[in-house]
Design a protein around this ligand. Structure first.
Ligand SMILES: [Zn+2]
Length: 84
């Protein structure tokens, strides 16, 4: 199993070639009052213009995502985290 920063990456996407993922570790989702949500190791943020600069400080708890890549990747509207 591949590893990310020494931890097994339980979520690796190799099925979408036309989406640019940011090569940054995401340890949790959410930096606001509602707390940190669990993120499977290996999940990444899609590169793009999102209101929050990183999933770990994202304050979008709405749970409503946005499909990109022709409906193959569901990302958080606040930070672009892959929530598929
Ligand atoms: Zn988010």
């Amino acid at each position: 199993m591949p590893e990310i920063d020494g931890k097994p990456a339980t979520f690796i996407r190799d099925d979408v070639e036309d989406v640019m993922f940011r090569d940054e570790e995401v340890r949790w989702h959410g930096g606001g009052a509602e707390g940190r949500g669990y993120v499977y190791p290996g999940r990444q943020m899609v590169a793009g213009n999102y209101p929050h600069p990183h999933a770990e400080v994202c304050e979008d708890y709405s749970g409503t995502g946005e499909w990109v890549a022709n409906g193959r990747v569901l990302v958080c509207r606040g930070c672009g985290l892959d929530c598929t």
